[in-house]
Write a protein that binds this ligand. Structure first.
Ligand code: PAP
Length: 341
């Protein structure tokens, strides 16, 4: 059940650890066509001012920055899921980094026991260990040859169910969707955007961000469509899709860690449980532990993934009017489908 894809995947160009050998990267044969196609596609889409710098473009109902399209189209066309793959899906700021850390620690616990001094999570940001399909695996017109990768591969994506590569739906790979209370996800996203905005473009005001979010114009938004399509997918295919909430994971981490391991076909043995392996993984991946690791303190981006890690921080920001608008927008939409945060 081993998987460490970080050494076989291309990293973002700013990543100093980019060690991918060129031989592992097969150029997409229609690279130039794709670029032109992408360009044409983007110029045909509705656009709105984004949260950080660039615009967001509406593609098949969801909003993305132009930098994502190359990877998005490429992974839709070329990614071949395997029955043994694990796919983590999240709306941005719903606990992606945490889920990646937990997944990595669970799946690799035989070769990397959570207590070992040189555990990869101690020196790598979880995003380096479990790559985004549309952002790291398929970038810069390059299609990665994944044929030599280990049997259990773990990938993540912010793509909604509607835009997933077909092979994810057609194979028996296991999907976990992690959702979060939209109020907390929104506040987290607002902070994140302001951290990454260039200083000279000023702060994105809370009210402006709120309007955009409510219009559905946020990275991978509309938020509610993203959540609801996965929720319905999980109801339709409970053996394939496990729908979890950040709040549940915070409240009963042990229970849900065991659920995850079972769902992925690698349940904790009695011996592991008696030896405290579940607790060790939770402690390794805990917010406090991860935030204080040197690797997660270096660089604005790495730091930005660890802010407060709490449930209910929205209450420090929302006015009564915002609460009412949010509840009106989300509560009914979710409740009609049997979903409650
Ligand atoms: P991404 O989708 O851009 O990768 P993501 O990891 O989903 O980001 O969101 C970061 C949020 O998860 C932050 O929430 P906050 O802004 O409300 O604080 C971050 O603090 C939280 N987070 C990161 N790591 C952990 C963790 N180990 N445990 C709990 N929450 C975490």
């Amino acid at each position: 059940m081993a998987t460490n894809l970080s050494s076989t995947l291309p990293h973002d160009s700013h990543d100093p650890k980019n060690t991918t050998p060129p031989s592992k990267l097969a150029k997409h044969s229609q690279q130039d066509d794709l670029t032109q196609e992408c360009h044409d596609l983007i110029s045909s889409l509705a656009k709105e001012q984004g949260w950080i710098l660039s615009h967001l473009y509406q593609y098949q109902g969801f909003w993305y920055p132009n930098t994502l399209f190359e990877g998005l189209l490429s992974c839709q066309r070329h990614f071949k899921a395997r029955d043994t793959d694990i796919i983590l899906i999240t709306n941005p700021k719903c606990g992606t980094t945490w889920l990646k850390a937990l997944a990595y620690a669970i799946v690799n616990r035989k070769i990397n026991p959570p207590k070992e001094d040189n555990h990869p999570l101690l020196t790598n940001n979880p995003h380096e260990l479990i790559p985004f399909l549309e952002r790291k695996v398929y970038v810069d017109h390059q299609v990665l040859d994944l044929t030599e990768s280990p049997s259990t591969r773990v990938f993540s994506t912010h793509l909604p169910v509607e835009l997933l590569p077909l092979s994810i739906k057609e194979t028996k790979c296991k999907v976990v969707y992690l959702a979060r209370d939209p109020k907390d996800a929104f506040i987290s996203l607002w902070h994140f955007a302001n951290k990454l905005r260039p200083q000279n473009s000023g702060k994105l005001q809370l009210e402006e961000a709120f309007d955009k979010f409510c219009k559905g114009v946020s990275f991978c938004g509309p938020f509610w469509d993203h959540v609801l399509s996965s929720w319905k997918y999980s109801l339709d295919k409970p053996n394939k899709v496990l729908f979890l909430k950040y709040e549940e994971l915070k409240e009963k981490p042990k229970l849900y860690l065991k659920k995850l391991a079972e769902f992925w076909g690698c349940p904790f043995s009695l011996e592991e449980e008696n030896n405290g392996v579940v607790e060790e993984i939770l402690s390794l991946c805990s917010f406090d532990n991860m935030r204080n690791l040197e690797v997660n303190k270096v660089g604005e981006l790495n730091k930005s993934f660890f802010r407060k890690g709490e449930v209910g921080d929205w209450a420090n920001y929302f006015s009564q009017e915002m609460i009412e608008k949010f509840d009106e927008m989300f509560f009914d939409k979710f409740l009609q489908c049997g979903l409650k945060f």
